[in-house]
Design a protein around this ligand. Structure first.
Ligand code: TXA
Ligand code: MG
Length: 351
């Protein structure tokens, strides 16, 4: 079980309300033996291994083809574990843990000696989160070790929000895939650096900047971008979340966005391209080869939940280019726009 490429992974359907203990034990056994398990969390599916076993973590990097300088998040099921994995737990961290854990918030803190450097991409800090998902928590508890888990996709591709996505992307390279249905949040956790002078969001995600500010007062948002060469979060500089099709994101006021989206679609279709439009339920009936609706602009949670699945859907429909309606970068909109802009390789049209 602990080898890579076992041929076919074992796919196990699991009840997300009452995870069956025999199934959890299968997954935990693989983790303890240094193998790889893909599992659901509330955000996206993770590719997990024993965070304290350097050889097991090395497999994650190989299977994902992930650059060695891009550290992975360590998942815990008990807040007290933070004290073992870090040198110092500032009061701000304790407040956030009380308010937002379990949940989609990852805290970057000074690492302790027990965390291998391979897990932290060579950094002296470690990113930790307690996921809000009974299956993930049960696997961690039953494994008896913290679990390192990046999103279960090849580096650079959209994160998986269903077990089918994991199967398509990584299938034979993992030992077990636990299938807990589609994930609830749909975008990854917020990564917050608490080692900086002012707490800094390195990746916007499921917990919003506004929520963090209501607790911490001032919070910076790192001006991340693929063009930045030296960044505090190595994940920022690599191209991310990208479907195979080219992508353009249109930003501005809704009525102007709508006109521009149709104009760009017409232009690319005249150029012989198969065009997809990522629209919202408020949009007019667009004229394009494929139109997909992510949800209502008034309900960003639904848009976030559908985002990666719809990006993958456009690839299945073999479109050449996806024109995307932007949303306001407020609340969950910040994480949505971050993923869209990266997926588009920062091809943004502001109208
Ligand atoms: O919701 C999530 O966070 C999901 C689920 C599976 O938990 N995980 C996830 O992991 O998205 P991953 O590896 O795809 O993204 C982790 C991000 C990367 O951008 C990485 O660079 C950053 O967190 N990160 C990890 N450790 C860090 C550290 N010590 N300092 C700064 N950034 C760090
Ligand atoms: Mg990822």
């Amino acid at each position: 079980m602990s080898k890579e490429s076992t041929g076919k992974p074992m796919i196990v359907e699991v009840d997300i309300e009452r995870p069956e203990i025999d199934k959890i034990r299968i997954a935990a056994g693989v983790i303890r033996n240094g193998g790889l398990v893909a599992f659901p969390t509330e955000t996206v599916y993770g590719l997990g291994a024993d965070a304290l076993n350097p050889e097991a973590v090395a497999k994650i990097f190989r299977v994902k083809n992930r650059p060695a300088d891009n550290p992975v998040i360590v998942h815990i099921a008990d807040k007290r574990e933070v004290y073992k994995l870090t040198r110092d737990v500032p009061i701000k961290a304790r407040e956030l843990m009380d308010l937002f854990w379990p949940g989609p918030l990852t805290l970057v803190l000074e690492k302790s000696g027990i965390v291998p450097h391979i897990t932290t991409g060579g950094l002296e800090t470690v990113a930790i989160r307690m996921p809000d998902h009974k299956v993930t928590l049960a696997i961690i508890t039953e494994s008896g070790t913290p679990i390192a888990a990046p999103s279960a996709n090849p580096a650079g591709k959209p994160s998986p929000t269903t077990a089918r996505h994991v199967m398509k992307d990584l299938g034979c390279k993992v030992d077990v895939i636990l299938d807990g249905g589609p994930t609830r949040v749909g975008v990854e956790s917020t990564v917050l650096d608490l080692t900086a002078h002012t707490p800094t969001i390195l990746r916007p995600g499921g917990i919003t900047a506004e929520e963090l500010r209501s607790v911490l007062g001032s919070v910076k948002i790192h001006p991340a971008g693929v063009k930045i060469e030296v960044t505090p979060s190595p994940g920022m500089k690599h191209k991310h979340y990208a479907p195979n099709a080219a992508m353009i994101v249109v930003e501005g006021n809704f009525d102007v966005i709508v006109r521009k989206v149709q104009e760009l679609a017409d232009e690319h279709r005249r150029g012989g391209k198969r065009v997809g439009i990522m629209a919202t339920s408020e949009s007019p009936a667009y004229d394009a080869d494929v139109v997909k609706i992510t949800g209502s602009r008034a309900d960003l949670k639904t848009i976030a939940r559908n985002l990666f699945g719809i990006l993958r859907g456009f690839d299945e429909e073999k479109v050449d280019i996806i024109i995307v309606e932007g949303v306001d970068a407020k609340g969950l909109g910040l994480a949505i726009m971050d993923r869209l802009e990266r997926a588009a390789g920062h091809r943004i049209v502001r109208v």
